[in-house]
Structure formats: structure tokens, C-alpha cells
Ligand binder design. Structure first.
Ligand SMILES: CC(C)(COP(=O)(O)OP(=O)(O)OC[C@H]1O[C@@H](n2cnc3c(N)ncnc32)[C@H](O)[C@@H]1OP(=O)(O)O)[C@@H](O)C(=O)NCCC(=O)NCCS
Length: 183
């Protein structure tokens, strides 16, 4: 069967939004939850464009807020498909915020959303492959594979039924933890 492949640029999505006072937290900075909601929307748009299907968010791999975003700044998010599996896609998103008076731009966040393409009946469906056109695209695809393998390893190691506390006691020695078992 001939497989369908698409270029990364065919599904790239960029959104820009001015940060309003209504988006701020008690500290006067932009609320992290608002940024997360925008990230989810752009990941959805990018994954839907690549797959041509309805997509759901399966997981989010690290959202580090590197710098605070101020009211009045222009936030730009750039999303592209970094990796595809059978029905899953990793969408890499870079968030930058610009002071529109000075033109200063800061990198605020990079995160990776795993989206899964679905049929109307809820079953997952196969998505097109990815044509990699640059070293950056190759690097992102390879890094996604590494990240996925690391996650699989972590899930296995931390699985509740296999987790043996005794194996980890030595790790706690240098940390702020006092062990006072009840029994
Ligand atoms: C995520 C979800 C689609 C997985 O469904 P599932 O029946 O377990 O599907 P499958 O086992 O066939 O897996 C489908 C794909 O999802 C991937 N996947 C499943 N769970 C995952 C997770 N936690 N993280 C990353 N990828 C995941 C699988 O690796 C697989 O990828 P592949 O097809 O590229 O190999 C399902 O659990 C779901 O619908 N979750 C709710 C999603 C949602 O509502 N999101 C909004 C949050 S409110």
C-alpha cells in the first residue's frame, strides 16, 4: 500500500495574541493556565492540519515557564509536527513574547504535545508520514523518539505494582526527607 507523506511546513501554525489584563494572575503577570489553553489550541490546529482528522490531546511533555509574560506583550506561538507514529503526532511549540514598544523578544516556553487522530467512532486512525526537509526537522524527529523511549522506561520503572521503595532509599539520603514509618 502506498503511504501518504506530508511536509512539516504544510501543517505549521503560527498565532499571535496581545496579552490583556484579563489574562493576568494576582501578581500582574500572565496566568500560566491561559498560556496552556492557547498551547492546547495551537497543538490541536497543527495536528488536525497534518492528519486531516479530529485530534485529542494524549499528553504534554514538560511545560517549563522560562520567563514571565507581562500584560501588553505580544505572544507568538509557532507549532509544527515534530514526529508521527501510527496515530499519534508530537507537536513542538515555541512561545515567544515581544515588548511591542521596544521590540525586545524573549523565549518563554517550548513544549511538546502528543496528539492522537480519531475516527468519529472514537477509534484512533493512521496519520500521514512526515517528509523531513532540514537538519532541524531530522533533529526534532530523532529527539521525539528519544523522549518517547525515556517516557516508556519511566512508566515501566515507576509502575505501582513493580515499585519497590527499598530500592530507592539511598536516593533519599541527600534530600530533605525524614523517614518515619508508622509500622
Ligand atoms: C490518548 C488516547 C487517545 C489513547 O487512546 P488508546 O485507546 O489508548 O489508543 P491506542 O492505545 O490505540 O494509542 C493510540 C496512540 O496514542 C498514543 N498514546 C496513548 N496514550 C498516550 C500517552 N499517555 N502519551 C503519549 N502517547 C500516548 C499511543 O502510543 C498510540 O500512538 P501510535 O498510534 O502513534 O503508536 C485516549 O486515552 C483518550 O482518548 N484520552 C483522552 C483524550 C482527551 O480527552 N484529551 C483532552 C483532555 S481533557
Amino acid at each position: 500500500m502506498q503511504q501518504n507523506f506530508k511536509r512539516v511546513e504544510a501543517s505549521q501554525v503560527v498565532i499571535s495574541e496581545l496579552m490583556l489584563p484579563s489574562h493576568s494572575n494576582f501578581n500582574g503577570k500572565i496566568h500560566g493556565g491561559y498560556i496552556l489553553s492557547l498551547l492546547d489550541q495551537i497543538a490541536f490546529a497543527c495536528a488536525s492540519k497534518h492528519s486531516g482528522a479530529y485530534c485529542v490531546t494524549a499528553s504534554v511533555d514538560t511545560v517549563d515557564f522560562l520567563k514571565p509574560i507581562e500584560i501588553g506583550e505580544l505572544v507568538t506561538m509557532k507549532a509544527s509536527v515534530n514526529y508521527v507514529g501510527r496515530s499519534s503526532m508530537v507537536i513542538g511549540i515555541r512561545v515567544e513574547s515581544e515588548n511591542i514598544q521596544t521590540g525586545d523578544i524573549k523565549h518563554c516556553n517550548s513544549s511538546y504535545f502528543t496528539m492522537v487522530a480519531k475516527e468519529k467512532d472514537g477509534s484512533s486512525i493512521e496519520v500521514p508520514g512526515l517528509i523531513l526537509n532540514s537538519n532541524d526537522e531530522i533533529r526534532r524527529f530523532a529527539k521525539s523518539i528519544k523522549r518517547k523511549n525515556m517516557k516508556d522506561h519511566r512508566i515501566k520503572e515507576f509502575h505501582e505494582t513493580d515499585f519497590a521503595s527499598e530500592k530507592y532509599l539511598h536516593i533519599l539520603e541527600d534530600h530533605k526527607a525524614k523517614i518515619e514509618l508508622d509500622s
